[in-house]
Write a protein that binds this ligand. Structure first.
Ligand code: DC
Length: 235
């Protein structure tokens, strides 16, 4: 409220939150965006949406050319709401379907393709152009919004990230063992950091936030403080 009432949220037109899988980027970004009255754009959901479309049309995930030839007729839309970013493919709401295990296993391959990245980055930049946005992903500070006013690299240990994801999926249809989740988190880290096209990096002008020993609320508070501090410097 302090941030909002002082209008500090307006100083930062575009915020980038990057980091590895399971660092809590989406849930943290959502709350920070709400606090600042910003729009939250989940770019990972877009890569997941493309992956869903690829699997749904029985295209071989490993065939880059076939995957990329799907793009012109993809019809992927993102509908940011207060609680979540809804994803539609050809009008079908796939918001829940893109969280399935099959998507987790294939999304890093799809996200490694140059054509897919160019297609989505262009859409992300168009959505961010209005300002007052927080985008989370892997390449926001480096590629999508290199001039973002605030860049955060949100990370946590592999164990902390796996445990959080495990707690998240308990009692849902996406339930999995902690061991499987840890393996998936590690292999996605590996692929996201080592791919040729816009790998996950911590850019020089990003502020690193390691949330391994922070609660959810502490992390949100910390980020809101960063917004406030930087706003004061700029005033
Ligand atoms: O954040 P997430 O787990 O929903 O992301 C899903 C995958 O998409 C992840 O393996 C990395 C990729 N991704 C990406 O390469 N670039 C982004 N800006 C966002 C996600």
């Amino acid at each position: 409220d302090l941030v909002r009432s002082r209008g500090l949220g307006d100083v930062y037109k575009r915020q980038a939150i990057d980091g590895p899988a399971g660092a809590g980027k989406s849930s943290i970004s959502k709350v920070v965006a709400n606090e600042l009255g910003y729009l939250y754009i989940d770019t990972g959901a877009m890569y997941r949406g493309v992956t869903w479309a690829v699997l749904d049309s029985h295209v071989d995930v490993k065939n880059q050319k076939d995957v990329e030839s799907l793009l012109p007729s993809l019809d992927l839309t993102l509908e940011p709401t207060a609680n979540a970013c809804k994803v539609f493919v050809k009008g079908q709401d796939v918001t829940d379907l893109i969280r399935q295990q099959q998507i987790n296993e294939n999304v890093s391959t799809i996200a490694s393709y140059k054509g897919v990245r160019e297609y989505l980055v262009e859409r992300q930049q168009a959505m961010a152009a209005v300002g007052g946005v927080i985008l989370d992903g892997r390449d926001i500070g480096s590629v999508v919004l290199p001039k973002a006013e605030l860049k955060i690299y949100l990370t946590a240990s592999v164990d902390a990230r796996a445990k959080r994801r495990w707690l998240e999926v308990q009692g849902t249809s996406n339930e999995q063992s902690l061991e499987d989740i840890k393996n998936n988190v590690e292999s996605r880290d590996e692929m996201d950091k080592n791919r040729d096209e816009s790998p996950l990096v911590c850019v020089e002008d990003a502020i690193v936030v390691d949330s391994s020993n922070m609660t959810f609320d502490e992390t949100v508070e910390h980020i809101l403080h960063l917004v406030q501090e930087l706003s004061l410097i700029h005033i």
